[in-house]
Every structure is written in C-alpha cells, then in structure tokens.
Ligand binder design. Structure first.
Ligand code: AMP
Length: 294
C-alpha cells in the first residue's frame, strides 16, 4: 500500500495505474479514520471487486457544526494505515485540511429533499459538508465505484441523489452495517463511551430489531416511533435526539394509519446522546418481507 498526502501525487498514481490497467476498476472508500471492522468490510469489498482500492482518510471540518466534536474526533493514522493495508487497500489518501481547502472554498454541494429529516434536521449544514467533500473526492480520484456504509443510511441516500443529479459516472455501493456481538453498530465514536454508557447503548439496536416485529404486527409509523422511543428511554443515560420511521430511500413520512406494504421499504432511524457522545443507528424494513410473514 502506498501513502499519498497530496492531490497531485494521488492523481499521478491513479493515472499511471489506469494507463497500465485500462480495464481495471478503481474503488474509493471515503472515511474519517479511526478505522474499525465496519470500515474494513468496505475496504475488503472494494478490494474484492476492484483492481485498485483507494481509501481516503480525512476528518472534514465542513461537515461538523459549531460545538460538535471536530477537534476531539479520535485520530490514529498509524493504526489506520495498518488496518487499511490488512483489509486490502492499495492507496491511502491522507490529505491535510490545507490540501483539501487551500482557501475558504466558495462552492458547496447542497442536496435537498432527502436532507430534510433525521441528521439533516438535527445537524444543520452537515450534509452540505458531506456533499461537498465527497464531490471533491470523486473529482480527485475519479473512481468507478464508491463504497458507503448503511450505518449512515441518510448519507447513502444523499450520495446516491447527488451522484444521479450531477451525473457522476460512479456506481455507489451501499454496504451492510457491521455490529459488535451485542448488536451495537460499530462507530469510531464508540470509544468515547463510559462503561455504563457502552452497556446501555445496546438499546439502540434492540429497539430497532423490535421495530421489525411492531411493523409486522401492523403498527403505523408514528406508533412504531413511539414504541422505539419508549424502549430507548428505558436506558437511564440515553438522551434521544430523534427517532423517526420514514420511507426509504425518499426519507418522507408515511401517512397516518398507513401500513408498510409490499413494494415499499421503510427505515427506522435513531440518534441518541450518551453524555457528550451522539450515536446513530437504523434498520430498513421491506414490505415484501412483512407480507411474506403474515
Ligand atoms: P466514517 O469514518 O464514520 O465517516 O465512515 C466512513 C464509511 O464507513 C461510511 O461510509 C460509513 O457509513 C462506513 N461505516 C461506518 N461505520 C460502519 C459500520 N459499523 N458498518 C458498515 N459501515 C460503516
């Protein structure tokens, strides 16, 4: 694996690779580092499908709001390099903030609609930062495929929308959420959790699994939301930011009384604070599976 810190050296390397391997696919796995098994699963998938896998590691200041954890976001570039190489990355792109934003950039990529709810509502400007940095990475790397985790399902919806709207010739590959043994979705932010917070954090995935049963029983979106809230609220340290049940990937609200029907997919998504740590998780339910289980 080679390490690139500048856009010029990365582009030169990829250009040379493409000249030598004109038919090979180039895969991109964008990350903010402090890598774990969730990231490794994306890198392994790209390495299995593409001739060249580029992992980017960049904590993007543009997607953090004032008072969020940009400054204290966990960082360990040496460990990340070892993990990326072990998972099959060929290139690790680790630019500085100055390399990515040499001046205060005047341009933003804003995606509307799918950003109205969930993290788009609770973290204003977050997805503008995501859309902008991912557009930059797409232009820098010019990959054939880009791999994103469904742990950040709204981010996948935003990137798919942006890719279609702006005609990026890139296939977006959504990848399943990797979880700890007790169900907690892996996240770089899990290291912030105290022992008690870590124990209680399991309520997120538990509540989302139960939502599956509640939707199968015929509860509508708001009834299911209320049950999920109640379950998460049973953890003394959990401070709910949002709980929502929406259509996926549109991220619009089902009508009152509407049931999850064949041909539809709904998402239950949650954001919960434990102390200063904000965790998110989601689960997607298919109406076809509901029908099959009735
Ligand atoms: P991050 O470093 O948190 O920005 O994440 C980089 C990529 O890894 C994003 O596409 C995330 O959705 C994905 N990712 C993060 N956690 C997980 C997980 N537990 N399982 C699968 N993918 C993940």
């Amino acid at each position: 694996m080679i390490l690139c810190t500048t856009i010029d050296e990365l582009r030169a390397y990829i250009r040379a690779y493409r000249t030598e391997h004109p038919d090979a696919l180039v895969g991109l796995v964008p990350t903010m580092g402090y890598l774990h098994e969730g990231h490794a699963s994306l890198i392994r998938r790209s390495a299995a499908e593409c001739g060249l896998t580029v992992v980017s590691l960049f904590v993007n200041p543009l997607q953090f709001g004032p008072g969020e954890d940009f400054d204290r976001y966990p960082r360990d570039p040496e460990r990340d390099a070892a993990l990326s190489a072990a998972a099959g990355a060929d290139v690790l792109f680790m630019p500085s903030v100055e390399e990515m934003y040499p001046r205060a950039s005047a341009t933003r990529v804003l995606v509307s609609g799918v950003t109205e709810r969930l993290c788009g509502a609770s973290r204003p400007g977050h997805f503008d930062g995501v859309g902008t940095v991912v557009s930059k990475l797409f232009h820098i790397v010019l990959p054939d495929r880009a791999y994103f985790g469904m742990k950040d399902a709204q981010q996948v919806a935003v990137i798919v929308t942006m890719t279609e709207d702006l005609n990026f010739p890139i296939e977006i590959v959504p990848c399943e959420t990797v979880r700890e043994a007790d169900g907690l979705a892996m996240s770089s932010r899990n290291v912030y959790l105290s022992e008690q917070e870590r124990r209680e954090a399991v309520v997120l995935s538990q509540a989302l699994s139960r939502a599956d049963g509640w939707l199968r029983e015929g509860l509508d979106a708001s009834e299911t939301t209320a049950r999920v809230r109640e379950h998460i609220g049973s953890a003394p340290l959990a401070d709910i930011d949002y709980v929502d049940v929406l259509r996926f990937p549109e991220l619009t609200e089902p009508a009152p009384g509407e049931r999850l029907a064949p041909g539809q997919r709904w998402i239950a998504a949650v954001a919960v604070r434990f102390g200063r740590t904000r965790l998110i998780d989601n689960r997607i339910f298919s109406g076809d599976e509901v029908a099959a289980h009735v």
